[in-house]
Ligand binder design. Structure first.
Ligand code: G6P
Length: 481
């Protein structure tokens, strides 16, 4: 239940993320609801912070909302107000039209605008102030993701007594791309305010360390950077990979509920009981490779290798960042492509692609995973991709095949998937056919091996590994040698 918190509590652990774990939604009739926020960050972190009974500083998802801190499920939520112009310049602009495309290998062109940068600095400062006010003496502040890269340094300036961690949920690009950023030094300096900087993949940590070596005068040694602060004191910063995961047990519990199992059977029925159901689940984002996936599927129908009477593709594309031009354009392209493919291949009784531009509650997602024989994760670039891990978590003896892009961080852990290069359309078509025709014994063998590893490497293990590194970190500053 929810209750309000009169004074800002002193929390030993404060999470700072752009979004709160819940979005404030106002219905047509003026009724206020709280709904789980989109994306992998919240999926991963929510159980961790609930268990730690910490505080979470973040934005409730719409402009000009001013709310007092409140409590929900043992967490203190500290809402940040973003004005309409903050949303436009800091969130849609610098975060999602500069950093997001640049860090995802410029799949869409990043735009570099000085007024966006100024808003990013301003809003990062406000998040840092809120975190500094909420954390107990000697406590821990854990900052999350690309929207808040300046916060570690700003919190350190305000609260030199606290331990500061930063986790980067998305890729960190190769230096040749990173160096385009007009504020490349300021961003590195902001991140280096942390004691420990976590990345998804070995390559992300390597790219970051290379950028530091090229742009700043600080010596590095393996995963360590020796930073000299303005006062001349030195301290060390660790930059290492900590691949994120999901609450595996929770997904498995949902998958065992009779009503979820019944719903999965109903979905198969609704789709006309095809021989194979293929599934894609993504935020509608150009990094996810949805167009490449649709192209491959359309060609398989065209070649006659697949037919709508025996396969169906369900594509869930949840609405995302809808006022950013690149996202509007992507939506138009995908809807055009879906319409064309369905127009050619649908029959009165069967549809080629069931396209769903919605977001769904977790139970419905699990029912879809249970109904799907083949899960398609074909991202062109993705920090981790937790959908891939969710699918593996809920499949066991029922088998199922995961087709997974090697450009998603999850490929480093889910070696039993059919790994593909989504730019290679023929290769992706071949993998889709192998998946549709894979013998059941092979499916379960691969699935069980992936599940075993995933159960061990769940989100609790991830948080524990990060926080342990953070607390073991030597924070004592020392004079320049
Ligand atoms: C990704 C990012 C998160 C972000 C989420 C949803 O998972 O790593 O930081 O919150 O997408 O995007 P949105 O812009 O709706 O917060």
């Amino acid at each position: 239940g929810r209750s309000s918190v009169s004074e800002t509590s002193s929390a030993d652990l404060v999470i700072v993320a752009n979004r709160l774990p819940v979005d404030r939604i106002v219905d047509a009739d003026g009724e206020v609801r709280w709904q789980t926020s989109p994306g992998g960050l919240v999926t991963a972190l929510e159980p961790v912070i609930r268990a730690a009974r910490g505080a979470w500083v973040g934005w409730p998802g719409s402009a000009d909302v001013a709310l007092d801190p409140f409590e929900v499920d043992g967490m203190t939520l500290i809402p940040m107000t973003l004005s309409a112009s903050d949303v436009e310049l800091y969130y849609e602009g610098f975060s999602n039209d500069t950093i997001w495309p640049l860090y995802h290998d410029v799949i869409a062109p990043p735009r570099y605008r000085r007024i966006w940068w100024e808003a990013y600095e301003r809003v990062n400062r406000r998040f840092a102030e809120a975190a500094a006010a909420a954390v107990a003496p000697g406590g821990t502040v854990w900052v999350h993701d690309y929207q808040l890269q300046l916060v570690p340094r700003l919190v350190r300036e305000l609260r030199p007594d606290v331990t500061i961690g930063y986790f980067h949920h998305i890729p960190f690009p190769a230096y040749g791309l990173y160096s385009q950023l007009p504020w490349r030094r300021q961003v590195l300096d902001g991140l280096l305010g942390a004691d420990v900087i976590g990345f998804q993949r070995v390559a992300d940590a390597g790219n970051f360390l290379r950028a530091v070596r090229r742009q700043l005068p600080y010596p590095t040694n393996k995963s360590r950077v020796i930073v000299t602060d303005a006062s001349g004191m030195q301290r060390s910063v660790t930059a290492k990979p900590f691949p994120i995961s999901i609450d595996v047990a929770e997904y498995q519990q949902i998958a065992q509920r009779p009503e979820v199992i019944a719903r999965a059977a109903e979905i198969r029925q609704e789709l006309g009981n095809p021989r194979a159901i293929l599934l894609g689940v993504d935020r509608l984002d150009y990094t996810k490779g949805i167009r490449h996936r649709l192209k491959a599927f359309g060609e398989l129908l065209q070649d006659g290798q697949l037919s709508v009477t025996d396969v169906a593709l369900v594509q869930v594309a949840s609405p995302s960042r809808e006022r950013v031009a690149a996202y509007m354009q992507l939506r138009d392209e995908i809807e055009l492509t879906v319409g064309r493919i369905n127009g050619v291949f649908d029959t009165t009784g069967h549809t080629a692609i069931r396209y769903l531009h919605h977001s769904y509650p977790r139970d419905e997602m699990v029912a879809l995973y249970l109904a799907a024989d083949v899960m398609l994760v074909t991202a062109l670039r993705d920090g981790m991709n937790l959908v891939a891990k969710e699918y593996v978590a809920v499949r066991g003896d029922t088998g199922g095949v995961l087709v997974l892009s090697e450009f998603a961080g999850a490929a480093d852990q889910l070696q039993g998937a059919l790994l593909i290069n989504p730019h290679d359309i023929d290769g992706m078509k071949d993998a889709m056919m192998v998946a549709v025709n894979m013998p059941h014994a092979d499916q379960t063998r691969r699935m069980r091996a992936m599940q075993r590893r995933l159960k061990r490497d769940d989100v609790a293990a991830w948080a524990e590994a990060f926080l342990q590194e953070l607390h073991a970190h030597d924070r004592t500053p020392h004079a320049d040698a």
